[in-house]
Design a binder for this molecule. Structure first.
Ligand SMILES: NC(=O)c1ccc[n+]([C@@H]2O[C@H](COP(=O)([O-])OP(=O)(O)OC[C@H]3O[C@@H](n4cnc5c(N)ncnc54)[C@H](O)[C@@H]3O)[C@@H](O)[C@H]2O)c1
Ligand SMILES: [Zn+2]
Length: 381
């Protein structure tokens, strides 16, 4: 017997036009946290602001959250919150903006804490004494709007820290597909394959349960059926809606069942080479399913439910349609020189094995296994 829990946001509003939910909020002050300029450029920031004004809520904006947000950005945002004293924190943007806002919220509620104080999973104290949190994602990928996670980078040490606390699960997630519709094709592809990786890893996780797997399987189905259309026909609202919902559904599964080796290896190769998270996942996913199949029949069950013969072959076909390369060696997003790969391989393999996501991967992989997977994903078969 074991006691489990399943936690998701208290409310999820979804579908085209759901951004208008902001006009129904009650309160005096809200802060909007966003990234570089896409939300401003496409008018969503102004729209959010005027919806809040309609509700009689005064707003302040914290912008300029960079991709892979830093401890300094989080501290700057929390100081602006301390000066403005909002009762609502509304994050609007990609996973980076949402993640940064979550930790800004923590330091707004507890300014005495240091970043080191919250690194240990579950160490974050109670939030919601000053403000509640709303997440409005503009990518269909990380599912930060659903999860208990935030990834913050210590830029001085070049380390990405996954901060884990059930306290950070948003009070409300607003899934309006009009926002991700503006993503360029390559970001649609990379973030969309991140959704696939979340769902496939959640279903194969040793912590998967009947509360998590149905969401993961539905997300896998939706990605197979819609990602190629969202990539090649960006204005297709049906495909965008399906992908946005799939991201959140995969999030409901993985925030409760956790992930596996794909994310462990992607985190560390991302740290060494700077390759985009979703792209690294997309390349690694077929190789890791091939490896994991010896330890679990979870993939066979998904294949049966979806009526397909081989899930990793289907993923390879989808990757090809999205112009995602088969190997790191042939990936030109960043410099993947053979020399550097050979230099970092041992260190990267040790670090990937130690990543918290490895804990829920099926089987008991060794450092030699991780190294062999990196080598085949670099060179191909
Ligand atoms: N919290 C979690 O559960 C979780 C899970 C996985 C990854 N992450 C983290 O999330 C971050 C990645 O987030 P992401 O993949 O959403 O990307 P991102 O937020 O870093 O954004 C990527 C780029 O896309 C642009 N962009 C975003 N939305 C757009 C839109 N609608 N139209 C046009 N351009 C748009 C951004 O300006 C940026 O340049 C990483 O730091 C990663 O480690 C968090
Ligand atoms: Zn991911």
């Amino acid at each position: 017997m074991s006691v489990n829990a399943f936690s998701v946001p208290r409310n999820i509003v979804y579908g085209e036009g759901s951004l208008a939910k902001l006009s129904e909020l009650t309160g005096k002050k809200a802060v909007l946290v966003t990234g570089g300029n896409s939300m401003k450029k496409f008018g969503f920031l102004d729209e959010a602001k005027s919806l809040l004004e309609k509700a009689g809520i005064e707003t302040a904006i914290i912008d300029g959250v960079e991709p892979n947000p830093s401890v300094e950005t989080v501290r700057r945002g929390s100081e602006e919150m301390l000066a403005f004293e909002p009762e609502w924190i509304i994050a609007i943007g990609g996973g980076s903006a949402l993640d940064a806002a979550k930790v800004m919220w923590c330091f707004y509620e507890h300014p005495e804490l240091s970043f080191e104080d919250i690194i240990t999973p579950g160490s974050m104290p109670t939030l919601r004494n000053k403000a509640k949190f709303i997440a409005i994602p503009s990518t269909s990928g990380t599912a930060s709007e659903i999860t208990a996670f935030s990834v913050i980078t210590d830029t001085a040490a070049h380390i990405k820290y996954p901060i884990v606390s059930g306290e950070m699960v948003p009070d409300l997630a607003i899934l309006d597909p009009a926002l991700p519709m503006k993503m360029p094709a390559h970001i649609t592809a990379n973030t969309g394959m991140d959704v696939m990786a979340h769902a496939v890893e959640a279903v194969a996780s040793i912590a998967a349960t009947s509360f998590t797997s149905p969401y993961a399987v539905e997300a896998i189905k939706l990605v197979f059926a819609n990602l190629e259309t969202a990539y090649s026909a960006p204005e297709n609202m049906e495909a965008r809606t399906a992908m946005h919902n799939a991201s959140a559904l995969a999030g409901m599964a993985f925030t409760n069942a956790s992930l596996g080796l794909v994310h462990s290896l992607a985190h560390k190769i991302g740290g060494e080479f700077g390759v985009t998270h979703g792209l690294a996942n997309a390349i690694l996913l077929p190789y890791i399913i091939e490896f994991n199949k010896q330890f679990t029949d979870a993939y066979a069950q998904v294949e049966e439910l979806l009526g397909i013969d081989c899930i990793e072959a289907e993923i390879r076909t989808l990757n090809a349609k999205l112009n995602i390369p088969e190997t790191f060696k042939t990936c030109d997003e960043v410099d993947f020189s053979e020399e550097k790969f050979n230099t970092v391989l041992d260190r990267m393999s040790v670090n990937a094995l130690a990543d918290p996501c490895t804990l829920t991967n099926p089987g008991t992989p060794t450092v030699e296994d991780v190294k062999a997977i990196y080598m085949v994903a670099y060179n191909g078969k």
